[in-house]
Design a protein around this ligand. Structure first.
Ligand SMILES: NC(=O)c1ccc[n+]([C@@H]2O[C@H](COP(=O)([O-])OP(=O)(O)OC[C@H]3O[C@@H](n4cnc5c(N)ncnc54)[C@H](OP(=O)(O)O)[C@@H]3O)[C@@H](O)[C@H]2O)c1
Length: 325
């Protein structure tokens, strides 16, 4: 059978915040069968995770492209690969058969053609998905990268103790929302920040954060954090970098831990960087660690999974541009 495959590419290198107009929707005919002897798999994409790190693959100025070979630079017109889940529609690979649900690095497209060694993600491979009764979309987020990132960042990097104070930025995001919930379940006092009152309400009312605030309404982030943490911050889970990281460092307690998960506010602004008070870091003996990347709480209903699903391959550019708004 032949279909029209629609896919998204970047038109040019993107410096600054991405706009929908930076992307182009292209079409090409695709035959849903594999030539005999070819070790390929064709996947109908069902859910794609639209992630901020992709920005660093699309810019000209990112050190990310030199510092790691995990996800290579993306060039204009090239296929964009990203994490997702889908269903096998044709397979020349004995490990997969038509109808299998799979996760892995798919294309920003309606269909992905997975060939050995084509993904720019080192070691990327397709895995079969057992849904375990969860919605399939969870396997692109909570049971995929975001869940692993939140869990590893909090427990492996920050090593929380019961009763400690935890601050999470971009707290209503895919990673931050899980970090805050993990920390609450573990017995910490958790405050999150987000960019709207609606998100702040969600953090407090649905996700069980002890406190939350809208960072866009704060004139002075250092004094805002002093207000929410009068006895200081033990753990800061940083998703945004720049002035939020500076403010957190100023409010950290001795032996505080900072997990630098991401610095989204810096991704689109080369001139924006945190200028840390290193004297604070030394005298408070703060550990700052970057890192690259649980199921029973989900089953018990203790976790709320936040998803923002947009439909159709043509909606990818607006979903992606929306990440930095
Ligand atoms: N280290 C790793 O292995 C790893 C893995 C996954 C993700 N990450 C990083 O973790 C961070 C969060 O990822 P995610 O998937 O949770 O993101 P997400 O769900 O896409 O959420 C992104 C949120 O960040 C906030 N944001 C955007 N621009 C901002 C700015 N200039 N200043 C402050 N906040 C801003 C926005 O929320 P507001 O409305 O609240 O501003 C936006 O909704 C990102 O930095 C990402 O790169 C790292």
């Amino acid at each position: 059978m032949e279909v029209t495959n629609r896919y998204v590419v970047i038109k040019h290198i993107i410096d600054g915040a991405p706009q929908e107009s930076d992307f182009e929707l292209r079409t090409e005919p695709l035959t849903l069968s594999i030539e005999p002897g070819k070790d390929e798999v064709i996947v109908k994409n069902l859910f794609l995770s639209i992630d901020p790190y992709q920005l660093n693959r699309m810019t000209s100025q990112s050190c990310f492209q030199q510092a790691t070979n995990i996800a290579g630079a993306l060039n204009p017109g090239e296929e964009i690969d990203g994490y997702g889940v889908g269903r096998v529609v044709a397979s020349g690979n004995p490990e997969f058969k038509e109808g299998d649900l799979v996760s892995g690095f798919l294309s920003w497209a309606e269909y992905s053609i997975i060939k050995e060694g084509t993904s720019k993600f080192k070691g990327a491979k397709l895995n079969k998905v057992e849904t375990m009764g969860f919605p399939l979309s969870y396997h692109a987020g909570f049971l995929g990268f975001s869940g692993i990132t939140a869990f590893a960042g909090l427990f492996e990097v920050c090593k929380p103790q019961k009763g400690e104070t935890v601050f999470v930025s971009a707290a209503s995001g895919s990673v931050g929302s899980l970090v805050g919930q993990y920390a609450k379940l573990f017995g910490c006092y958790v405050v999150g920040c987000a960019g709207s009152q609606k998100k702040v309400d969600l953090l407090k009312e649905k996700l069980g954060f002890d406190e939350a605030f809208n960072y866009k309404e704060e004139i002075d982030l250092k004094s805002a954090l002093k207000r929410y943490f009068p006895s200081g911050i033990d753990i800061y889970f940083d998703n945004v970098g720049a002035e939020m990281l500076e403010a957190a460092i100023e409010n950290m307690n001795p032996f505080g831990r900072v997990a630098v998960c991401g610095v989204i506010s810096e991704y689109t602004n080369e001139g924006k960087r945190a200028a840390l008070n290193m004297v604070d870091v030394i005298y408070k003996r703060i550990t700052i660690q970057g890192f690259l990347a649980a199921l029973e709480h989900l089953q018990s209903g203790k976790f709320h999974v936040l998803e923002d699903i947009s439909r159709g391959v043509e909606s990818i550019p607006s979903a992606f541009a929306g990440l930095s708004r």
